[in-house]
Design a protein around this ligand. Structure first.
Ligand SMILES: [Fe+2]
Length: 392
């Protein structure tokens, strides 16, 4: 699905239906007790998150035009009709912890809301022309729902629920030699000639001078990471300087959070412990763990620019469908950045989050794009993140 960003007409409608089917399939099979997610970072109550997905699509597609109020918040001209009020379901308005005290719709009510919202949005889509401007919010709602679909998968992994239907464990391509990438002046970001939907943080494209570097052909395997663990790497402070060391001090273990030794190494896959498969990607690692490995191996993480250039220019560079990849880059705006209509998508997180590239096995194919910039706080190991290394 190379052209997800230019989806239009019936293909876009089909994608919206497909995303909704996945959303439902990955949540409605869980029982009521599983829907009552305990309050913790990185996950949401299932009912809140489902209601938020419907709210988001209605807010942007059906309730325009939008304008900023005096507090700098985006307001919709039309009132909420189908999917609930802004005060409850706008993630920027209701704090994460407050969601556990919010009055949430029942499962039946949610099902009805999701159907009514999707029908109304598809009806609105059918009246649009195929211009990028007319389709902007329809595509935004699609990719937003795809992202929440992945969040439902990591919720299930975090809480030890069963894997979502049809989701197979990631596998990596056979080991390949590292790639030498010559130094070059390159352009990073969304090419001006490319049509379709661009996230605000992918704009503007700009020149970057890259020195030559070497980069792994694929993300690191669990077998490679195991050598670092077994060498005692978690307990050598040399590999955990500064903030990494402060994070390490909060972790009462000498191996990744979802590994255990019984006495053979096992890895938690959703609700089960499975024997460590050395050919699977190393996953559920924080950026600090990725960097500790790289120091131990005498290497480093690639910058996001290096990653993008290698993905764009090197046929042997294998990415996507396994793990998100931590980079060495703090998530920052490109020169000339201007926030998109959904102002809270990128701007609040610049300078604080770490950039990841690629795409995980649970990331919908539509989101796989070599320009796509993901971002998480570097201490998160609940998301489907691993890494590859670079040198020098
Ligand atoms: Fe959201």
């Amino acid at each position: 699905m190379a052209e997800a960003r230019t989806l239009a007409g019936e293909a876009l409608a089909a994608a919206l239906r497909d995303s909704r089917e996945r959303t439902r399939a990955w949540t409605f099979d869980l029982d009521d007790a599983q829907w009552r997610v305990p309050q913790q970072a990185g996950v949401n109550l299932v009912a809140w998150e489902l209601a938020h997905v419907a709210w988001f699509a209605e807010f942007w597609i059906l309730r325009g035009p939008h304008a900023l109020d005096s507090a700098g918040r985006v307001r919709a001209a039309q009132p909420a009709r189908l999917a609930g009020p802004d005060a409850l379901f706008d993630s920027a308005r209701l704090a994460h912890i407050a969601r556990w005290a919010a009055p949430l719709p029942s499962r039946d009510e949610l099902g009805a809301r999701l159907d009514a919202q999707l029908d109304a949005c598809l009806e609105a889509l059918a009246k649009q022309d195929d211009s990028d401007e007319a389709l902007y919010f329809h595509r935004l709602a699609l990719f937003h729902e795809d992202m929440h679909g992945e969040a439902f998968a990591w919720l299930r992994a975090t809480l030890g629920y069963g894997p979502p239907a049809g989701l197979a464990p990631p596998r990596l391509a056979a080991a390949a030699p590292a790639i030498s990438v010559p130094g070059a002046q390159v352009r990073i970001g969304w090419p001006p000639a490319r049509s379709g939907f661009a996230f605000d943080n992918e704009l503007q494209d700009h020149p970057v001078e890259l020195a030559g570097f070497e980069i792994d052909a694929a993300p690191l395997t669990a077998g490679q990471y195991l050598r670092f663990v077994e060498s005692g790497g978690y307990d050598d402070p040399a590999f955990w300087p500064g903030e990494a060391g402060r994070w390490r001090a909060t972790q009462p273990r000498s191996h990744p959070a979802r590994w255990r030794r019984q006495p053979q190494w096992q890895v938690r896959w959703f609700g089960r412990w499975l024997p460590l498969d050395p050919e699977q990607p190393a996953m559920h690692l924080s950026a600090w763990e990725a960097e500790a490995y790289a120091r131990w191996a005498g290497r480093r993480l690639p910058t996001a620019d290096e990653w993008e250039h290698a993905a764009a220019s090197q046929p042997a560079f294998s990415w996507g469908h396994s793990v998100w990849e931590w980079t060495a880059s703090t998530f920052q705006p490109y020169p000339g950045f201007a926030a998109g209509p959904y102002r809270d998508y990128s701007a609040p997180w610049f300078g604080d989050h770490r950039e990841l590239r690629g795409g995980a096995f649970a990331t919908h194919e539509r989101l796989h794009d070599l320009r796509y910039r993901n971002f998480f706080q570097p201490d998160r190991c609940d998301v489907f993140a691993g890494f590859r290394t670079a040198a020098p």
